[in-house]
Ligand binder design. Structure first.
Ligand code: 523
Length: 131
């Protein structure tokens, strides 16, 4: 059986990367992630990413490129990550999150990332565009 895909975005704006602190479920609350969510039937990864970032943060984004790789989550789920550019809006923690932070170069260790997000975060930081 195929694993269900969870998409997440390494959202850039002005040379910084967006980090989001989860407020649920209890076992993940307080840890930081690249925001996103589950792919729905019929969606491409990029479409799901744009939808999730709109729903959860109230922003419009443009996917840039897929970060190579796929990371296991809870049984039956895998994580895929895209870099993305903030197109419009100011991110707000509308759903699933209770705090947001923009991290500049060298600041990726400033928050307690979910273990499963760490490889993609490291690569997203390497790809951080100039401000
Ligand atoms: N992760 C995760 N890292 C990460 C994301 C976006 C999600 O480890 N960057 C995990 C957390 C959950 C699962 O993937 O175990 C689904 O993510 P979730 O809850 O953000 O997906 P949604 O928003 O689609 O979930 P529901 O609205 O609850 O269906």
């Amino acid at each position: 059986m195929n694993d269900r895909v969870v998409v997440a975005g390494a959202v850039y704006d002005r040379g910084r990367l967006l980090a989001a602190r989860r407020s649920a479920p209890p076992e993940l609350a307080g840890r930081w992630e690249l925001p996103g969510g589950k792919l729905e039937p019929g969606e491409s990864g990029e479409q799901a990413l744009v939808r999730e970032l709109r729903e959860e943060l109230g922003v419009e984004t443009e996917p840039l490129e897929r970060i190579p790789g796929e990371w296991p989550l809870k049984p039956g789920y895998v994580l895929r990550v895209w870099t993305a550019r903030l197109v419009s809006g100011v991110p707000a923690p509308l759903q699933d999150h209770d705090e947001l932070r923009w991290l500049g170069p060298g600041e990726s260790d400033a928050v307690d990332w979910l273990d499963q997000d760490l490889p993609a975060v490291a690569e997203a930081m390497r790809r951080l565009p100039d401000g």
